[in-house]
Write a protein that binds this ligand. Structure first.
Ligand code: SAM
Ligand code: BIE
Ligand code: MG
Length: 215
């Protein structure tokens, strides 16, 4: 086919959403993915859980691992107070290019720092390059086998401190068994499972929220 799925998602946003209205961008993507083509956004059902965790944490600095088209980036950024921001990492340049346009359409570009690159390469530079002391919230939603190594890397880099909240998508489907075992068995995390469904489907999935308790 001529266009990619992310390009078709962007078209749906440009056709159906209002510039500067993040909710209309979210609604347009969810409608497209539910009625036209499934896509791996966190979606509306798990997205509502994400919203409640963001509101509860009211973070100043958020790290998102895996941007794709920017759907969850917009969900997070629309809830951030002035001065707060989300740094989102995406290593696929085509996806990053679409996400920039989706984020721009939502009018939230001032609250978002989209970094084109791999989490493993960029996490060690977060302090130096972005002046981040520690993250208040990390949303893990990139390739599932990277959840555990990147969590350990964040710990080693001192980017996870007492009170930092990790929120992980897809802990059931496709599943992140090694990550789940780690956060649920570690004495340094307090974990809770939010049962839900794989985006736009009836399959079980859920989010795992893990609060770092400090060393
Ligand atoms: C499920 S999609 C993200 C969906 C997005 N969080 C949402 O809910 O709208 C996963 C994305 O992570 C990206 N990705 C996977 N591994 C990565 C890594 N190590 N560093 C940066 N991006 C990565 C993929 O290219 C893909 O776009
Ligand atoms: O891995 C997939 C996947 C596997 C196979 C086909 C399509 C997607 C997936 C499915 C649902 C998600 O919410 C998600 O974040 C991902 N992902 O790629 O990171
Ligand atoms: Mg996901």
């Amino acid at each position: 086919t001529r266009t990619s799925r992310p390009q078709r998602i962007l078209k749906a946003v440009q056709r159906k959403a209002t510039v500067g209205d993040p909710q209309s961008v979210i609604t347009a993507i969810d409608h497209f993915c539910r009625h036209r083509e499934w896509a791996m956004n966190v979606g509306d059902e798990k997205g509502s859980i994400l919203d409640s965790v963001v509101s509860e944490v009211s973070p100043v600095t958020v790290l998102e691992l895996g941007t794709y088209c920017g759907y969850s980036t917009v969900r997070i950024a629309r809830l951030l107070p002035p001065g707060a921001c989300v740094i989102t990492l995406e290593f696929n340049p085509d996806y990053a290019a679409i996400a920039r346009q989706v984020i721009q359409w939502s009018g939230l570009e001032d609250k978002v720092q989209l970094v084109e690159g791999a989490s493993g390469d960029w996490i060690p530079w977060m302090k130096e390059h972005f002046g981040v002391q520690a993250f208040d919230l990390v949303f893990l939603d990139h390739w599932k086998e990277r959840y555990l190594p990147d969590t350990k890397l964040l710990e080693e880099c001192g980017l996870i401190q007492k009170g930092t909240v990790l929120l992980a998508d897809n802990v059931i489907c496709p599943g992140t068994p090694d990550y789940l075992e780690y956060v649920r068995n570690s004495p340094r995390y307090n974990s809770h499972y939010y049962r839900s469904h794989l985006e736009y489907t009836k399959a079980e999935d859920g989010l795992e929220k893990s609060v770092f308790l400090g060393y």
